[in-house]
Write a protein that binds this ligand. Sequence first.
Ligand SMILES: Nc1nc2c(ncn2[C@@H]2O[C@H](COP(=O)(O)OP(=O)(O)OP(=O)(O)O)[C@@H](O)[C@H]2O)c(=O)[nH]1
Ligand SMILES: [Mg+2]
Length: 459
Amino acid sequence: LNPKIKSDDTIAAIATAPGVGAIGIVRLSGEDACRIADKVFSGSEKLSSASGYTIHHGWACDERGNPVDEVLASIFRSPNSYTGEDVVEFNCHGGWYATDRLLRIILAAGARLAEPGEFTRRAFLNGKMELSQAEAVAEIIAARSERALELSVLQLKGRLGEKIREIRNSLLELSSLLEIDLDFSEEDISVIPREQVEKILNGAAVKVKGLLGTYSSGQLLRKGVRVVLVGPPNSGKSTLFNALLGSDRAITHASPGTTRDFIEESMTIDGVLFTLVDTAGLRTTNNEVEAMGIRRTEDEIKLADLAIYLHDSMDPSRPMSIPLEMGSNKIFVKSKADLLGPDAERMEPSAGSPDGEILVSALSGIGIDTLKRTLLAAAFGTNHIEETGSRVSSERHAEALRRANSSLEMALQSVRDGLTNEFVAVDVRGAISAVSEITGELTTEDILNGIFSKFCIGK
Ligand SMILES: Nc1nc2c(ncn2[C@@H]2O[C@H](COP(=O)(O)OP(=O)(O)OP(=O)(O)O)[C@@H](O)[C@H]2O)c(=O)[nH]1
Ligand SMILES: [Mg+2]
């Protein structure tokens, strides 16, 4: 089932982002990496005879010997490289053209353009890293906040893998005990007492559930928290949006119905990425364009992780009633607190007060910090961030853990129902397969394609 498909091709790709920059990197990996590199490299020494962990200065030249760029070639020898194969990394000049030109002469010299993620896929297939670590590489590249980076780095260091291996090892042990037990079943001896089976199963189930419990916060830390600002026209949504971002991004105006389309921008609070969405004010309108904007607001509420409902402090009408199905997590804000006079500051309720409104003034800044703290608390609970440690942050891992969990539940049920070990063993094997998919002890071509196709070329 484990298609350790190895391709003999030597692959090449640009590893740096296109655009103006000091250095560009083109890398090669495969058996012929040094030989192909030598065809384009002219320096004092042949790269084919260079040893690993050495750097060589020279010129990259095209097939007619014309210099293309001045380069440094770093040599990594199998198995001590990222992919486990021979790797050559050319540092050339960055920019729009130089790196591209170097890649083209390398391809002309016999390398094949790498598929997205193919370097990392080879690293996994050659046993350089677990599958969850390979995924962490892509997550580090995609990280857009300190917390997202932190989480991915922990995964790259193998923290998640360690926990998965713990679970897997205990279940493998149990599985082999159950197998032995099956061999003796004719003779009516039990090698392993039922209580012990139950204890091991419970232990694994607790760990699996523990990991699953970290998923919602893990996912929010990785992807960021989407927060939509909602309220009647003129309640100050756009002004608050700007105040939270600290920039004059959205148009604000005294006339209601200013914002028509939604606008989104990102910010961080405490290293966590938040995407704020400013929307068209909700009201009944005959204006077709405004009505279209309002429909988009309703869509945005459904998409968001959190919704801030604004109510103008000066507005005598009752705060808008919110349809139940809209947005799971709501924060209520009384806007324009400065208009309430000098007492407003004293009236500010503490963060997270149950269904209390937070008094905020986008103009004077009253309540902005409270609102930020409330956003963090609403997304993660009050002591979320203090507890560090690895979390499950990918749907693929969560889905595998859910399967492991239900297999363990079924195994436990079989034990409680007094069924024979045969039944227990089947579900234990199911749970082992599920957790093995996370680290990649068990994998399929489909799983690998799903993971690596999302990578960028050159990684
Ligand atoms: N005094 C005071 N005025 C505010 C405050 N926030 C917004 N306003 C004013 O209220 C008016 C409406 O503000 P916007 O931010 O455009 O309101 P909105 O909710 O985005 O309105 P629509 O886009 O029309 O739905 C503007 O004249 C703002 O200057 C505040 O904190 N204090
Ligand atoms: Mg607006």
